[in-house]
Design a binder for this molecule. Structure first.
Ligand SMILES: O=C(O)C1=C[C@@H](OP(=O)(O)O)[C@@H](O)[C@H](O)C1
Ligand SMILES: C=C(OP(=O)(O)O)C(=O)O
Length: 445
């Protein structure tokens, strides 16, 4: 992304009651998958509601470089003409995934099942993130790392397998990115590729693979896990994909409306896949007034409308098994916890350390510089809620969109303004965050 050399700070101030109706942009996870499966399918895939954030745009560019035809046909409307399973062309230049772990890791899986060699790269944040977790299973399937930076990090050159082997793989951590990479590579292997996860992670890849014509069976595994078996070498056929609004983006106006007294907002068409709704469960346990209506399930993923009203929140304990269903939402939950009465304990957050930034440390710093008492104990985050937040701090974004948005939400309700050093990365996942929050009444300047 070119914006890493220009920073744009912003300040959020205590705002009057938020009101209005908004639809946040399309879901990021589904948008990446629609482009990648469209590129692996035969025929045309028509996507509506695609997230036009930089992360997804970078995935679209990579699919083009691998031989797919990717075109924008209208606002949030895109078509992809795919090359078929294992049909990727050799890219001429390194594939640049910018800030996006999802785009990069899912594309690695897809490339691992094609007889080509591709170099994967990204910005300084993505270059610092672990890739061994992805290439380990892909090497078991026959792909080979030709070159990588220290510790298996980007830039990394991967040679796809000529004859990929189907494997059974137990993911070492709950991660939809690892699971998806193995399944996408498994598309070109003969026989059944199986992924076993001890805790279920988001299942958009599984649902969309079936929508594109693959045969896949999901069974329960233990108390919270799943076993997913994909039959290899299907003919994927281009399909129509309707992308619902992203619950991870909806989280920001949702928490803002709970925190700013007297607020009353509506968020429409928010995806409600149960593997993504941990934040809503938690905010309701804290006493948040969140009403769901107009639930629909006609486009492959469920969605609903939410009315959110200003609420007095109380501290809660969030169990570790809930983490996969709200992994990207802990930053903004920590903000809600800071405004609650009482202590909130969020358990089992080790995966937060390997996101766009070390989100465990960054969240603690964000709260501390704004006068909130917070502690990290092992993998747990403990926030002492005092019913209000002093604010007045400058928050370091660390190339992480969710830190920037969380800090700005905090500033809308804190006693004194909260400033972030750089808002540029918000464009990776929620390009119209600032104008949308302003339309709802948020004071951002
Ligand atoms: O598969 C996906 O679309 C994603 C999976 C999660 O990452 P992990 O698989 O690393 O947990 C999440 O944090 C990311 O924003 C999107
Ligand atoms: C972790 C995230 O994304 P990614 O892994 O795709 O960079 C996120 O959007 O919060």
């Amino acid at each position: 992304m070119s914006h890493s050399d220009q920073t744009s700070p912003l300040e959020a101030r205590k705002s009057a009651a938020l009101s209005g109706t908004a639809r946040v942009p399309g879901d990021k996870s589904i948008s990446h998958r629609a482009l990648i499966l469209g590129a692996l399918a035969v025929g045309e895939t028509r996507i509506s509601g695609l997230l036009e954030g930089q992360d997804v745009i970078d995935t679209g560019k990579a699919m083009r470089a691998l031989g797919a035809r990717v075109e924008r046909t209208g606002e949030f409307a895109w078509t992809v003409r795919g090359v078929g399973v294992a049909g990727f062309a050799q890219p001429e230049a390194p594939l640049d995934f910018g800030n996006s772990g999802t785009g990069c890791r899912l594309a690695m899986g897809a490339v691992a099942g094609s007889p080509i060699t591709a170099t994967f790269d990204g910005d300084a944040s993505l270059r610092s993130r672990p890739m061994r977790r992805i290439v380990d299973p892909l090497e078991q399937m026959g792909a080979r790392v030709i070159q990588s930076h220290e510790g298996g990090r980007l830039p990394l050159t991967l040679q796809g397998a000529r004859d990929p082997l189907p494997i059974t793989y137990r993911t070492p951590v709950p991660s939809a990115q690892i699971k998806s990479a193995v399944l996408l590579a498994g598309l070109s292997a003969p026989g059944v590729t199986t992924v076993i996860e001890a805790e279920a992670s988001r299942d958009h890849t599984e649902l969309m693979l079936q929508h594109f014509g693959a045969t896949l069976v999901t069974e329960p595994e233990g108390a919270h896990g799943r076993k997913i078996s994909l039959t290899g070498q299907p003919e994927l056929r281009g399909a129509r994909v309707v992308v619902p609004a992203d619950p991870s983006s909806a989280a920001f106006p949702m928490v803002a409306a709970l925190l700013v007294p007297g607020s009353d907002i509506v968020l429409t068409e928010v995806m409600t896949n149960p593997l993504r709704t941990g934040l809503i469960t938690t905010l309701r346990e804290m006493g948040g007034a969140i009403e769901e209506s107009e639930t629909r399930d006609d486009t492959g993923e469920p969605m609903a409308q939410f009315r959110i009203r200003g609420s007095r929140l109380r501290g809660v304990e969030v169990p570790p098994e809930r983490a996969p269903s709200m992994i990207d939402e802990y930053l903004v939950l920590a903000v809600a916890a800071a405004f609650a009465e009482g202590t909130t304990v969020m358990r089992g957050l080790h995966e937060l350390r390997v996101k766009e930034s070390d989100r465990l440390e960054a969240t603690a710093d964000m709260l501390r510089v704004n006068g909130v008492k917070v502690e990290i104990v092992g993998d747990d985050l403990i926030v002492e809620g005092k019913g209000h937040v002093p604010g007045g701090g400058l928050v370091a974004t660390h190339m992480d969109h969710r830190i920037a948005m969380s800090a700005l939400v905090m500033g809308l309700a804190a006693d004194r303004p909260v400033k972030v050093d750089d808002t540029a990365f918000i464009a990776t996942s929620f390009p119209d965050f600032v104008p949308m929050m302003r339309r709802l009444g948020g004071e951002l300047a």
